[in-house]
Design a protein around this ligand. Sequence first.
Ligand code: ATP
Ligand code: MG
Length: 250
Amino acid sequence: MSSIEVKHLNVWFDDKQALRDVNMTIPNKGITAIIGPSGCGKSTFIRSINRMNDIIPSCRVEGQILVEGKDLYGPDVDVTEVRKRIGMVFQRPNPFPKSIYENIAYAPRIHGTKDKRKLSAIVEHSLRRAALWDEVKDRLDKSAYDLSGGQQQRLCIARALAIDPEIILFDEPCSALDPIATAKIEDLLSDLKDEYTVVIVTHNMQQAARVADQTAYFYLGELIEFGDTTQLFERPENELTERYITGRMG
Ligand SMILES: Nc1ncnc2c1ncn2[C@@H]1O[C@H](COP(=O)(O)OP(=O)(O)OP(=O)(O)O)[C@@H](O)[C@H]1O
Ligand SMILES: [Mg+2]
């Protein structure tokens, strides 16, 4: 678990600015939700936290993101190491076209774990941690594509857990799932928050209210308000936040 200190973060795609001077400290404890209307920069923001924006040629990032006091954008930073410490789960489940077992074992193996027994232990532990073990333990050699959408998403969470990250970023992890699969993921998030720093982007304000300890509201690339979830929803300090949560936008 690590806190994330964001200082004067500005992000551009070519000459279009997507984030404007974002400053916030995401505490190491609990779940932080990022909410805001489409296009306000939520994905860009969390993608900055594990340097996923680096792979977009038009993208330019300025500012600092300190994890354990060390700037992820500093000169001597190993980006592979950053992505190992900071896992990410996307909107659409994106398992590899491989077996359930291989989906989990792949990353630990390329990071150096070769021992079969150790790998099997990691696979089991990660699947248990992602509340999927009981559903798949008898068919680990079957294709990940045979799983339901909700199961695939939990597999992707297990895959992120397998490399033992400190921080896990979720970009609308439930938006492709039905209410039952969504409830399972929400329960899982609550379990994970004692061990990992969890940041979740969600379009769904009820979801933020249900799972998040802190909530940040973004609008047009700016962080408008950040604080305790209950307070932000019940007594927002900024009029822009109030307009959004009461549905009086635009
Ligand atoms: N790869 C890209 N190339 C160019 N512009 C981009 C790229 N990704 C995002 N943008 C722009 O940056 C801004 C923020 O986009 P972002 O995807 O972060 O928004 P979002 O809040 O996640 O929206 P949504 O809720 O629809 O997912 C938008 O104006 C978007 O068009
Ligand atoms: Mg997005």
